[in-house]
Design a protein around this ligand. Structure first.
Ligand SMILES: [Zn+2]
Length: 248
C-alpha cells in the first residue's frame, strides 16, 4: 500500500482559488481549458501564471520583441475573457532560454504563498518523452513548491510574502499533459468555450496550424473519454502534496 493509494484524490471542483501555472501563454487552455471554464462556472477564482515570455513561437518574425509581446498579451486577454480568467500574471523568463530553475521555484513559491490557492495546476514534469525544458522545469518547480510551502527557511523571491505567510492548506496539485491520469474531467459542456479561447491564440499559430491543433485536440478529447459516460475528456493526474515525495 502506498501513501498515494490511501490519500483521497483531491477534488479540483471543491477549490475556491485555483492557480494555473503554465510554461507558455497557451498551455493552460490547450491542456485544460475546458476544466478551467467549468471551474470558473462552479465559482472558483482563476489565476493564470505564465512562466516564459513566449517570444520564440510567434509566427510573424517581422514583429519586434515589443510588438510580439503586445500581440501575445492581446491573445491571452481575449482567450482569458472566454474562459473566465480573473487574473493573469507573467514572470517573463526567456522562452526556451537559459534561466535559473531555483529562481523560478522561488517565484512560484512566492505566488503560492501570496495567493493561497486550494489547487495548483501545472504540466506533468514526468511526462515521458517531454523534450521541452520549459515544461519540465515549470512542472517540477510547482511540485517542489507544493512540498516546500510550509518550510519558510526555503525562501521565496519576496521576503515580505514569506514574512506574512502563516500557512494554508494546499489540497492538491493537478498535472495536465500527463500520460498517467487518475481522473478525466467531462469537458463536453465547455468544449465550445475551449475552442473559442484557442482561436484567440493568433500570434503563435497561423490558420492551418490552428486547425491542426484543434483537430488533434478534438481527437484526444474523444480518446480521453473512451470508456466514460461522456463524450470529451481532459485527463489529469491530481495528487495530494504529501504524495509528491518519496512515494511512501
Ligand atoms: Zn508550452
Amino acid at each position: 500500500m502506498t501513501l498515494e493509494s490511501i490519500l483521497p484524490i483531491p477534488d479540483v471542483f471543491s477549490a475556491k482559488t485555483v492557480l494555473c501555472v503554465q510554461p507558455h501563454y497557451d498551455d493552460n487552455d490547450i491542456a485544460a481549458g475546458g476544466t478551467f471554464a467549468l471551474l470558473k462556472k462552479a465559482g472558483a477564482e482563476l489565476i493564470y501564471l505564465t512562466v516564459t515570455d513566449d517570444l520564440m513561437g510567434v509566427v510573424d518574425r517581422s514583429l519586434s520583441a515589443q510588438q510580439a509581446a503586445r500581440a501575445l498579451e492581446r491573445d491571452q486577454l481575449a482567450a482569458g475573457a472566454v474562459i473566465g480568467v480573473d487574473q493573469q500574471i507573467a514572470l517573463g523568463y526567456p522562452d526556451a532560454g537559459a534561466y535559473d530553475y531555483f529562481a523560478l521555484r522561488r517565484d512560484i513559491l512566492k505566488y503560492i504563498r501570496m495567493l493561497k490557492p486550494d489547487i495548483v495546476f501545472a504540466p506533468d514534469p514526468w511526462l515521458t518523452y517531454e523534450a521541452h525544458r520549459d515544461h519540465i522545469q515549470t512542472g517540477l518547480a510547482v511540485a517542489e513548491a507544493a512540498i516546500f510551502l510550509g518550510l519558510l527557511k526555503i525562501a521565496s523571491s519576496d521576503p515580505a510574502v514569506d514574512a506574512a505567510y502563516t500557512g494554508h492548506a494546499l489540497r492538491g496539485v493537478a498535472f495536465y499533459y500527463t500520460r498517467e491520469p487518475n481522473q478525466v474531467i467531462d469537458v463536453a459542456p465547455a468544449w465550445e468555450a475551449k475552442v473559442a479561447a484557442l482561436r484567440c491564440y493568433q500570434a503563435q499559430f497561423d490558420p492551418p496550424g490552428l486547425e491542426e491543433l484543434l483537430f488533434a485536440l478534438d481527437l484526444k478529447s474523444r480518446q480521453a473519454a473512451e470508456g466514460e459516460l461522456f463524450e470529451r475528456g481532459e485527463p489529469l493526474k491530481v495528487l495530494h502534496p504529501a504524495a509528491l515525495h518519496c512515494g511512501l
